[in-house]
Design a protein around this ligand. Structure first.
Ligand code: MN
Ligand code: MN
Length: 411
């Protein structure tokens, strides 16, 4: 989707051009719009992550249990397991065949398509569960996705088929996608909440939907770059994968993709300039969501330093936990410059930290950006129900976050 919008806006994979992008395995993407002043003076960069918590199929997923065929999963990122039970789920991903052909799978989103689900225990048999802890009750090995129920018609005649429901699922997968059971070993299949985002509330003031952490920042940052015409400094974006599982891997923020893209940009535009000078003169925004004050759990926030949904994007000087451990901790001079930029355009903003001291915490990609020597801070909308299947954002924050990102890119 990002690639399509960039291409439509004239961005090219040829780094000799003035508006360029590079895609890495369909999971990370870099884009840049040339500024008026040299790269040597640094760039404005906004980073965000496109991955969200979900349930991934195991590599040998299929099992038949009484009455149903299921897929076993391994959850990805920080989920509250109970939120994924007894609700419609959709399946997305790719299956790579032995001949190297990649098959895209997307089922459960369109009207008329079947969805999938995980059955939850009925209250009548939940007496023991009621006295257990949350961690004991919800077992990762019970997050099994119901894929089918009816036995394969061929199984009525062929008594050698021991798992007729699983057989039926396999036959249907073969008919629709041409895949066999062994092909699932080389697949990445992701189970996510089914259905589109939707307005919430009589006034339609909120947007509810899955994956707003952090696609809300992908959307607003991309819109900001596309609208930021003639920026003073070169304006760059990077969208990473794997943030929810620690930013590892070639497509995550700890990979070298950003460095390689910037090096190629320097080679193409200003070969006499040193890459390290570009980085050390650059400003970065880690575009990620913040935890809005939960109306029902206000006691977990420290109100002087908590963000309120609908009051504009939230700066977070430091993330991390327990004494700022694992934080970037932005420099005050940089915060001062950004504050002046937003104030000069009358764009609302907030400054907050994630919850009360010692009550939890969280991390973003900010520290990986800062490692290059860039001035870095987190800035993004505050949301409710973060990491749930139905996250809530304010329309006002979506709009003002886009304005804020654009103002920074144009500064
Ligand atoms: Mn995030
Ligand atoms: Mn997250």
């Amino acid at each position: 989707m990002c690639r399509k919008r960039l291409q439509e806006a004239g961005f090219s994979e040829d780094f000799k051009k003035n508006t360029v992008f590079r895609n890495l395995r369909g999971k990370a993407i870099f884009a840049a719009r040339k500024g008026k002043i040299p790269l040597q003076k640094g760039v404005h960069l906004i980073a965000a992550h496109a991955d969200s918590p979900r349930l991934d199929f195991k590599q040998r997923p299929l099992v038949e249990q009484p009455g149903v065929a299921q897929a076993k999963t391994h959850y990805y990122g920080g989920i509250r397991k109970y939120q994924w039970l007894a609700r419609p789920l959709a399946l997305h991903g790719v299956v790579v065949l032995e001949n190297g052909k990649s098959i895209s799978v997307a089922i459960g989103e369109k009207a008329g398509e079947p969805v999938f689900t995980i059955a939850d225990l009925l209250p009548h048999l939940a007496r023991k569960q009621n006295s257990q802890t949350l961690a004991e009750v919800f077992d990762g090995e019970k997050l099994n996705i119901i894929l089918g129920h009816s036995p394969a018609p061929t199984a009525a005649k062929n008594k050698d088929i021991k798992e007729p429901i699983k057989q039926h699922v396999l036959e249907l997968l073969n008919a629709k996608y041409g895949i066999r059971e062994e092909d699932l070993v080389t697949a990445e299949l992701q189970v996510v909440p089914a259905g589109p985002a939707t307005y919430v509330g009589f006034d339609k003031g909120l947007v509810g939907g899955y994956g707003q952490d952090d696609r809300i920042c992908v959307f607003t940052a991309l819109s900001a770059l596309l609208d930021a015409q003639d920026p003073e400094r070169t304006a760059c974006l990077i969208f990473w994968d794997k943030e929810e599982i620690g930013s590892e891997g070639s497509t995550g923020a700890q990979g070298r993709f950003l460095e390689y893209c910037m090096a190629d940009l320097v080679d193409a535009w200003e070969p006499q300039t040193r890459l390290r000078d570009v980085f050390q003169h650059s400003n970065a925004v880690s575009g990620d969501v913040h935890a809005a004050t939960d109306p029902d759990w206000q006691e977990l926030h420290e109100k002087l330093n908590a963000s309120i949904i609908g009051h504009g994007p939230t700066f977070c000087k430091f993330t991390g936990s327990r004494g700022k451990y694992g934080a970037n901790d932005a420099h005050p001079e940089y915060i001062g410059r950004l504050r002046a930029i937003l104030n000069s355009r009358n764009i609302p903003w907030q400054m907050a930290e994630l919850g009360k001291v010692d009550h939890g915490g969280g991390g973003t990609v900010a520290l990986y950006l800062a490692a290059y020597g860039m001035d870095t801070i987190d800035l993004g909308p505050a949301i409710l129900s973060m990491h749930s299947p139905f996250e809530l954002a304010s329309k006002v924050d979506v709009y003002t976050t886009k304005l804020a990102y654009q103002a920074i890119l144009e500064a």
